[in-house]
Write a protein that binds this ligand. Structure first.
Ligand code: PMP
Length: 409
């Protein structure tokens, strides 16, 4: 039934292939700068202390069972997740023009949002193209095209400054046909670590309003970028203040360290106005229909952990501290790597390492240099020169800086 011309062998996922190569490497010096998961200073996964406490609360609950969740998820999770991203006093919440569906983490939220848009967001009967930043999270392209949407890109990263390609980005958004879908990373852009400034966000919103574009925010790092949950949500909140109708995908993989538990949400926000509640009700009903046919109902455990933290003021305060620990360690590693490269007089400029924010840094290393780092120094990173800052620690940062110095010369 499935000859090779019909089902050719697909290439292995580049990131998961890299992880496999790292695991197979027997060198005691090996360093994993590939995967976007937080590691502590001993290069070990870190279960957030607040998550351990939430685990205890859940396990000691005599009512604990394994029943199905409702189709749209666990209400104490979804309602607090909406408050977390929108702000508890958001007009969108008080005016009841939000709809939240619990999803299979951020990936599932992007997928459900894309599926909804492919089914219902049409101009003159046809879907609109989704504009993605160039570069973007590797999975965006295939999630969107899998549901039949067309994708295009807008410039995002300026190779010379290793910062935002601001003018190019604005021009491309301005030139896109009216009512295009623009996918935005609200903080800690993956893979570049480059975010627009507040002023730049205001200009982006202005152009998008002019062109009646539809914003789709993919928020995978709230609280992980600056360490401050509100600050990292400010771009999303600004767009809502400006009256946009929009979608937000929200992941708890990084900020709660719930990677494998798959906790996340998709939020729909209607534009303010007399029909806002009615639109929200209709959208909610269709999201539930899509969810039912896709996964029936979402997984329970990660949602319970997140709900426990989000609903308990003491645990919530502790979570903020845990976020500071993670983002603080990453910022320290940025400083350490930059200063060691500068001490070594490594050719080039390295200020971008500390200018960039969040889990990743786009180092500017080329494919050959990346290959040499892997072959000669057992240092693993994606081909585009992206490093996961969480893979650095006080024991390996010297080694990594010296190796980078060698391959760059
Ligand atoms: N969007 C972006 C931009 C990401 O970086 C990630 C995680 N790498 C995700 C979505 C999805 O992650 P998850 O499905 O684990 O929530």
């Amino acid at each position: 039934c499935f000859p090779a011309e019909v089902v050719p062998k697909a290439p292995e996922d580049a990131l998961f292939g890299l992880m496999r190569a790292y695991r197979a490497d027997e060198s005691p010096d090996k360093v994993d700068l590939g995967i976007g998961a937080y590691r502590d200073d001993n290069a070990k996964p870190w279960v957030l202390p607040v998550v351990k406490k939430a685990d205890d609360v859940i396990r000691n609950d005599p009512e604990l069972n394994h029943e199905y969740l409702p189709i749209v998820g666990l209400e104490p999770f979804t309602s607090k997740a909406a408050e977390l991203i929108l702000g508890s006093n958001s007009p969108a919440l008080t005016e009841k023009r939000t709809s939240t569906v619990q999803t299979i983490s951020g990936t599932g939220a992007v997928h459900l949002g894309a599926l909804f848009l492919s089914r219902f967001y049409k101009v003159n009967g046809a879907n609109r193209t989704v504009y993605l930043p160039n570069p973007t999270w590797a999975n965006h392209n295939q999630i969107l095209t899998n549901v039949g949407l067309q994708v295009a890109s807008y410039p995002y990263f300026d190779k010379d400054t290793r910062g935002l390609a601001y003018d190019g980005m604005l021009d491309a958004i301005r030139s896109a046909p009216e009512r295009s879908i623009i996918l935005l990373h609200p903080c800690a852009h993956n893979p570049t670590g480059v975010d627009p400034t507040e002023e730049q966000w205001r200009a982006i919103a202005e152009v998008m309003k002019e062109k009646k574009h539809f914003p789709f925010f993919d928020c995978a790092y709230q609280g992980f970028a600056s360490g401050d949950l509100d600050r990292d949500a400010s771009a999303v909140r600004y767009f809502i203040e400006q009256g946009f109708e929009l979608l937000i995908s929200q992941s708890f993989s990084k900020n709660l360290g719930l990677y494998g538990e798959r906790a996340g949400c998709l939020h729909y926000i209607a534009a303010p106005g007399p029909s806002a509640q009615e639109v929200t009700t209709r959208v909610s009903s269709q999201l539930a229909v899509l969810q039912r046919s896709e996964i029936s109902n979402p997984p329970i455990y990660g949602a319970k952990v997140a709900a426990t933290v989000l609903n308990d003021p003491a645990l919530f305060a502790e979570w903020r501290e845990n976020l500071q620990t993670m983002s603080g360690r990453i910022i320290d590693m940025r400083k350490a790597l930059r200063s060691k490269l500068e001490e070594l007089g490594t050719p080039g400029t390295w200020n971008h390492i500390t200018d960039q924010i969040g889990m990743f840094s786009f180092t500017g290393l080329n494919e050959q240099q990346v290959a040499n780092l892997q072959k000669e120094y057992h240092i693993y990173m994606t081909k585009n020169g992206r490093i996961s800052m969480a893979g650095l620690n006080t024991r390996n940062v010297d080694y990594v800086a010296k190796a980078v110095d060698q391959v760059v010369r």
